[in-house]
Design a protein around this ligand. Structure first.
Ligand code: GAP
Length: 453
């Protein structure tokens, strides 16, 4: 079972500290959200799982963490200054603004149903900010609209500082910014979000095969994070809807509570990006329509040792949204169950590696020195295993703690009772089955490690 409505998820997220509207106490700003105590742990765990699979578990990738503020020159030659636009329409009747493809049938305003609308005009989605102390418009930067451009501009730095040869990839996670005309559906479409992007450089001619490889790899990864395969759809992007850099893009769609939409895109960006950013473009046989006459100082090419000539690699790009991942996984894990005929419970059946809290240690009686001290010792021992956050719950209300930890997806709760002082054991309760078992404190570390492996 998943959540029935977006409202159920929004309510759980606020109630349990996953997500809050940003600038809430001043009325909020549309399209911006803050991750609360549970949200930040969950999001970090998701990013860590991606990094592990994209960098640590592979032998053909490197990582990068580049600046967010981006030179206009880079975004000119990436094509963003000219083409990163959405068609904007104004309603003359109610003064609201819409993306042309989000109007009601017969081109009516979604707010007041008026047909008195302006013609669509291109609206650039990039945010600008001044660089340096004088804001006279002469020196500015963009907040990056996608994380990958700095991967391309660092291509040679990374080649020179590692021993990589094509095929190889560069992975980066971090913030991206888009001034969306109509942010909507909670954290699905927002103005400040995070991406997890891999740019995988391959020899032209091998690109189609690598593209298929990454599409399948990425679907497999989302399934390993807990999304049912039947809730993921492979969608071929129509030729006339492809981004300016793409030869072919396959979207991995997910059935969100508001409908089926893109979770991740896997694009074949060809030699467009490295071609546009390279020095001496005319020296290469570039197959895509690159941005010409660039003053880059660096040749972004590699040498084919067999054919003894330089070429510009093609790029396969799996690009996932962290926030859309958070939304999809929360939805997927959401359950409502009858505990008995009078009681219901909500739980998040998250994979343990993603759970914000890995275990809660609960002394049966609040502020009882013996129980609390033993609980603290257990908590601290489990925490040092380094598998994620462990908490001590010193409120004395076991039922309330179980309910809270079910809702935030804590896989196990450990109760320390008076018997524990005698038999040196604790009661371990499993979130999903609610089954309880006694485990000796001596064996707890091994039990815990096995649980998370
Ligand atoms: N570098 C390629 C690129 O940026 P994209 O399809 O525009 O491609 C990639 O974005 C992913 O970033 C999307 O699949 C989505 O998960 C996420 N994303 C894009 N715009 C977003 C927004 N306004 N809010 C939240 N996530 C967004």
């Amino acid at each position: 079972m998943t959540a029935q409505t977006m409202e159920e998820l929004v309510s759980l997220c606020k109630r349990r500290g996953f997500l809050f509207q940003s600038n809430d106490i001043y009325g909020g700003i549309k399209g911006l959200y803050d991750y609360g105590p549970m949200g930040v742990e969950f999001k970090n765990n998701l990013k860590q799982a991606w990094w592990k699979s994209m960098v640590y578990e592979r032998d053909d990738t490197e990582g990068l963490d580049a600046s967010i503020l981006s030179s206009p020159v880079v975004l000119k030659h990436s094509g963003h200054e000219d083409t990163f636009t959405d068609p904007l329409v104004d309603c003359r009747a109610c003064k609201s603004r819409w993306r042309a493809d989000q109007l009601l049938e017969n081109n009516k305003c979604p707010n007041c149903k008026s047909e008195d609308l302006t013609e669509p005009r291109p609206f650039n989605l990039m945010f600008k900010t001044a660089i340096g102390p004088v804001d006279d418009g002469s020196s500015f930067a963009y907040l990056r609209p996608e994380t990958c451009q700095q991967i391309f501009t660092n291509f040679k730095n990374i080649l020179d500082s590692t021993s990589r040869t094509v095929p190889f990839g560069i992975a980066q996670m971090g913030k991206a910014f888009r001034n969306e005309i109509t942010p909507r559906n909670f954290i699905f479409r927002v103005r400040e979000f995070e991406q997890m992007e891999l740019e995988f450089f391959v020899k032209p001619g091998t690109d189609d095969e690598w593209h298929e490889y990454w599409i399948n790899k990425r679907i497999e990864w989302w399934v390993n994070q807990g999304i049912k395969k039947e809730n993921l759809k492979k969608i071929e992007v129509e030729k006339n809807e492809l981004a300016h850099y793409s030869k072919r893009t396959v979207d991995i769609n997910y059935v969100f509570p508001h409908g089926e939409e893109e979770l991740e895109g896997v694009a074949n960006r060809t030699d467009f990006d490295l071609g546009s950013h390279t020095k001496n473009q005319n020296d290469f046989k570039i197959t895509s329509e690159v941005m010409k006459n660039f003053s880059s100082t660096t040749k972004l090419a590699v040498q084919d040792l067999e054919e003894k000539k330089w070429y510009i690699p093609y790029v396969i790009e799996p690009s996932a949204g962290v926030d859309r991942g958070v939304l999809a996984l929360l939805n997927e894990a959401y359950r409502e169950e009858n505990v008995d005929k009078d009681n219901k419970r909500i739980l998040l059946s998250l994979k343990p590696h993603l759970s914000p809290i890995k275990a809660a240690v609960i002394p049966l009686k609040k502020n009882n020195d013996d129980l609390v001290n033993l609980s603290k010792e257990i908590k601290s021992n489990l925490q040092t295993l380094g598998l994620g956050r462990v908490v001590l719950e010193n409120s004395g209300n076991i039922g309330k703690n179980y309910r809270r930890h079910d809702e935030i997806g804590t896989p196990i709760c450990l109760t320390v009772d008076f018997e524990s002082l005698e038999d040196k054991s604790v009661t371990v309760r499993d979130r999903d089955t609610m089954k309880q078992e006694r485990v000796s404190i001596e064996n707890l570390s091994e039990y815990y490690k096995k649980y998370f492996n």
